[in-house]
Design a protein around this ligand. Structure first.
Ligand code: MN
Length: 740
C-alpha cells in the first residue's frame, strides 16, 4: 500500500496542494467569492474521512477534492455545489448524518448531500425493474435540485478516471453503467467534453484491446493527417486573414469511442473512416449580434474554395440544439478527395459546446444565482416526473426516449419552431400545445396535406392541428405518443374522462333504484358488485356509465342468480366459482401448466390481441394477464412480452387457439421492381380469395423500387403464408412477408 511509502507530512502536503488548486480555480471564476463555506466544508470532510483510504491507497479526502474541482472547473458550478461535492461521501461513509450536515451548513447543502447519498448505489440492480426504480429515484432527486445530478456526474467522472484500481469485474459493470446512463445524460445536460471523456473511458474498460489498437492507429496516422490538414487549411486561412478575423483553425480527432462506433455501425475498417477528424474554426467576436453573420461569411469563403456536400450543412445557429449547442457545420471535399467536416463557431459558442452550463456563468453580466440558470432546464424533467404512472419500466422507456433520442425541429403555421424527439407524431404536437387541443385532435395537416393524428413527423415539417369538439381521447392513442408531456397529458385526460363516466354511471344506478323503490344501502351495492364479479364500486359505475352493464332487476334483486356474461368475459379464470380476485391473487391462482382456450362467444372474446405483435391463430402465442385481469395474447417471440416476462413472469398463461369465425389483422410487406400491372396482380390475388378482406393498402414507388404495406383480415396464419406465396409469384415481386 502507498501509505507505507509516503510520510504523513507528505500526504498532508498533497492534500493541501489539491485543495489550493481547487480554491485557485474557484477564485478565478466569475462566481461570488464565498471561500468561507468552502473552507469549512473542506475541513469538515477532511476530518470526517481522516485515516480512510481509497482502494488505490491514497487518502480518501483526495476523492471529494477531485470531485469538487470537476464541479467547479469543468462544470462551472459555485460555492454551494463545491461544498456539497466536498461533503458528498460524508453521510454515506462516516458516522455523520444529514442532520449534522444541516446543522453545520444549512438546509440547501444538506439537501444536496442527502440526494447524493440516496443515489449512491449503482443505477443498476439485478433486475430491470430495480434499475428503472433507481433511475427514477435519481431523476426525482434531480427535480428537487439539479445540482445533485451534476455533482453525481463529477463523482462518476472521477471514479472513471481512477477506475484502474478497481477489480476487473467491477470495472466492467461500472463502465457499462457509465455508457448506458451517465454519458447520454451528460450529453443531454450539454456537458459535451465530459460526455466524450466518459464514453472513451467506458470504451477503454469494456474493450481494452480495441481501445489500444485504435489509439495506436490514430497516433500512427498523425503525421499524414497534419500534412493533409496543412494543405487543406492554407487557402482558407488566406481568405480568413483577408477578412481581418482573429481565429483559431484546428483539427479535432474523433474520440476512440466514436471511431470504433463508426467502424461497428458501418462495418468498415479503420482506414475507411474518412471523417477521422473535424476541422474547427473558432473566431473571436465581442459583438454577439454579428456572430451569426460572421459564421455565414466564413461558410461562403470555404465553399468558394471547396465543393460542399449537398446534404451536410447543419445550421445550429437558427435553431440551437436543446442542450444549447450552436454552430454552423459544413462538409466539403478536401484536396485529397475526402470529405472534411468544418465546424464554425464563435469563442462563446465553442465554450458552451464544450462546457455546457459552465459557460453560462462566464458570460453572465452581473451576478446571478445558480438556481435561476438551472430552473429552465428542469421543465422537461418535471413534466416527466409529474406522470403518476407507477409502472417503472414504462417510465424508464419514456424518460430514455425523451432524454436521449435525437431531436427534430418542426414549425407551427405561424412559423414558430418546436423541438421534438424523433418519432413524435401530430398528436404529440397537439398535446404539447394544449391538453384541449390534444383531446379534441382528429387529424393534422403536415405541409398542407391532411394526415392522421398518428402521423410521424420529420424535421422541417410544418404542422397544423385539426380538432373537433365532439372528439374524446382514446386509450389506444398512447401508442402514437413519444413525448413525456403528451403521454402525461393523455393519461390525465383519460382519467378525467373515466371520472365523468363513473359519475354518470352512479347517477343512473341511483335513478334506477329510485324507479324501482329500492332503498340504497351498502348491501345493495356490494350485492351488485359481487354479482358482476368485479372489483369495486368505481368499476361497477364505470361499466354502467359506459353501457356495458345493463341496469335490470338481476343486478339488485334478492334472488340468488345473476348474469354470468360479465363473469366469463371479464375473468379469464371462469369455471372457478370464486369471487373476483385482485390481479396479484389471481396470478397466484393460475395453474401455469393449464392451457387457456382463446375463444369468442356472441362476438365477445375472452382475450385481447396485443397491439405490439398482432398474433393470429396458427402463431405460437402466450397469454399475459394484465392489470385489468384480461388475457392479452402476444406472439411467443414478441419483444414486449420478453420485457413483461422479466418483471411479471408469473402472469404468463399458456394459450391455445380455438376454432372460430373471427378475422384477425395481419400486415404484409411487399417489395419489388415497379412494373406495369404489378398492383393489379396483387389486388387480383386478394380479391379472388374469399377468406381475405383487405383493409388498407399503402403503396410507394420510388425510382423504380416498389414497396407496399397491406393490412388484411384473415382467419389464421396459414392463409397469410399462402397469400405471400401467391404474391411472390407475381412478376417483379422480390419479397412478400408478414410483418410483426
Ligand atoms: Mn464519491
Amino acid at each position: 500500500m502507498m501509505q507505507n511509502h509516503i510520510s504523513p507530512d507528505k500526504e498532508d502536503q498533497m492534500i493541501e496542494l489539491a485543495y489550493q488548486n481547487l480554491l485557485n480555480g474557484y477564485l478565478s471564476s466569475n462566481h461570488r467569492k464565498k471561500v468561507e463555506v468552502i473552507d469549512k466544508a473542506f475541513k469538515f470532510a477532511r476530518d470526517a474521512h481522516q485515516g480512510i483510504r481509497r482502494r488505490s491507497g491514497e487518502p480518501y479526502i483526495l476523492h471529494p477534492i477531485a470531485v469538487a474541482t470537476i464541479v467547479s472547473q469543468e462544470i462551472g458550478l459555485g460555492s454551494t455545489s463545491i461544498s456539497a461535492a466536498l461533503l458528498h461521501d460524508v453521510v454515506e461513509d462516516t458516522d455523520y448524518t444529514v442532520e449534522d450536515i444541516e446543522a453545520q451548513f444549512g438546509q440547501k447543502i444538506a439537501r444536496i448531500v442527502d440526494g447524493l447519498t440516496k443515489i449512491s448505489g449503482g443505477i443498476f440492480g439485478d433486475k430491470a425493474s430495480l434499475q428503472a426504480e433507481n433511475f427514477r429515484k435519481l431523476l426525482l432527486t434531480m427535480s428537487e435540485d439539479i445540482r445533485v445530478v451534476l455533482i453525481k456526474m463529477a463523482d462518476r467522472l472521477h471514479n472513471m478516471r481512477t477506475l484502474s484500481s478497481m477489480p476487473a469485474n467491477k470495472q466492467y459493470k461500472i463502465a457499462g453503467e457509465t455508457l448506458y446512463i451517465y454519458a447520454p445524460l451528460a450529453h443531454r445536460l450539454g456537458l459535451y467534453a465530459i460526455k466524450t471523456e466518459l464514453e472513451d473511458l467506458s470504451f477503454k474498460y469494456n474493450h481494452p484491446a480495441e481501445h489500444k489498437r485504435i489509439s495506436e492507429l490514430i497516433a500512427a496516422s498523425e503525421e499524414s493527417r497534419n500534412e493533409l490538414f496543412a494543405r487543406f487549411s492554407a487557402p482558407i486561412r488566406e481568405r480568413l486573414d483577408n477578412m481581418g478575423l482573429k481565429y483559431e483553425f484546428n483539427t479535432r480527432v474523433k474520440s476512440c469511442f466514436s471511431i470504433w462506433n463508426k467502424m461497428q455501425t458501418k462495418h468498415i475498417p479503420f482506414e475507411e473512416v474518412y471523417d477521422l477528424y473535424a476541422a474547427r474554426i473558432v473566431f473571436e467576436c465581442d459583438d454577439e449580434s454579428a456572430e451569426k453573420r460572421i459564421c455565414w461569411n466564413i461558410y461562403n469563403e470555404i465553399t468558394e474554395v471547396y465543393a460542399k456536400h449537398p446534404d451536410r450543412v447543419r445550421d445550429w445557429l437558427t435553431t440551437p440544439k436543446v442542450n444549447k449547442y450552436r454552430a454552423l457545420h459544413v462538409t466539403v471535399m478536401g484536396p485529397d478527395g475526402n470529405w472534411v467536416e468544418v465546424q464554425i463557431r464563435s469563442r462563446k459558442m465553442d465554450d458552451i459546446a464544450e462546457r455546457g452550463f459552465a459557460a453560462h456563468w462566464k458570460y453572465k453580466i452581473g451576478e446571478s444565482e445558480e438556481e435561476d440558470e438551472l430552473a429552465a432546464w428542469l421543465g422537461t424533467i418535471t413534466d416527466i416526473l409529474k406522470d403518476p404512472e407507477p409502472n417503472a419500466i414504462d417510465f424508464l422507456d419514456t424518460i430514455k426516449l425523451n432524454l436521449f433520442a435525437s431531436e427534430i425541429v418542426v414549425f407551427t403555421p405561424k412559423g414558430e419552431t418546436m423541438t421534438l424527439p424523433k418519432g413524435a407524431s401530430v398528436l404529440d404536437v397537439a398535446f404539447i400545445l394544449h391538453t384541449d387541443l390534444g383531446t379534441h385532435c382528429i387529424a393534422g395537416k403536415v405541409n398542407h396535406k391532411l394526415v392522421p393524428l398518428s402521423y410521424k413527423l420529420s424535421g422541417g415539417d410544418q404542422v397544423e392541428i385539426l380538432t373537433s369538439q365532439s372528439n374524446t381521447p382514446k386509450a389506444e392513442w398512447e401508442k402514437y405518443l413519444v413525448t413525456a408531456k403528451g403521454k402525461t397529458r393523455l393519461r390525465s385526460a383519460l382519467k378525467h374522462q373515466r371520472r365523468l363516466i363513473i359519475e354518470e354511471g352512479e347517477k343512473r344506478f341511483m335513478e334506477f333504484l329510485k324507479q324501482h323503490n329500492i332503498e340504497f344501502s351498502n348491501e345493495v351495492l356490494s350485492q351488485a358488485i359481487t354479482r358482476q364479479r368485479i372489483a369495486n364500486k368505481e368499476e361497477l359505475f364505470f361499466l354502467i356509465g359506459n353501457g356495458e352493464i345493463a341496469l335490470n332487476e338481476d343486478l339488485v334483486s334478492k334472488k340468488e342468480h345473476g348474469s354470468r356474461i360479465n363473469w366469463w368475459r371479464r375473468n379469464p379464470f371462469r369455471g372457478k366459482e370464486e369471487p373476483k380476485k385482485t390481479t396479484e391473487e389471481a396470478t397466484e391462482a393460475v395453474d401455469t401448466k393449464a392451457v387457456y382456450p382463446l375463444t369468442t362467444r356472441n362476438g365477445i372474446s375472452n382475450y385481447q390481441i396485443a397491439d405490439c405483435c398482432h398474433p393470429i391463430p396458427g402463431d405460437d402465442a402466450v397469454g399475459f394477464l394484465n392489470d385489468a385481469g384480461r388475457v392479452v395474447v402476444h406472439k411467443m417471440d414478441c419483444p414486449t412480452l420478453a420485457r413483461l416476462k422479466a418483471s411479471y413472469g408469473s402472469r404468463l398463461i399458456q394459450t391455445q387457439w380455438q376454432d372460430s369465425t373471427d378475422r384477425f389483422l395481419a400486415t404484409i410487406h411487399i417489395e419489388g421492381i415497379d412494373q406495369k400491372g404489378i398492383l393489379q396482380s396483387i389486388v387480383n390475388i386478394i380479391s379472388t380469395n374469399m377468406s381475405i378482406n383487405m383493409k388498407r393498402m399503402n403503396v410507394t414507388a420510388d425510382q423504380g423500387v416498389f414497396s407496399c404495406d397491406l393490412d388484411v383480415l384473415i382467419s389464421d396464419a396459414k392463409v397469410v403464408t399462402n397469400l405471400c406465396r401467391g404474391i411472390k409469384k407475381i412478376k417483379g415481386v422480390n419479397s412478400a412477408s408478414r410483418m410483426s
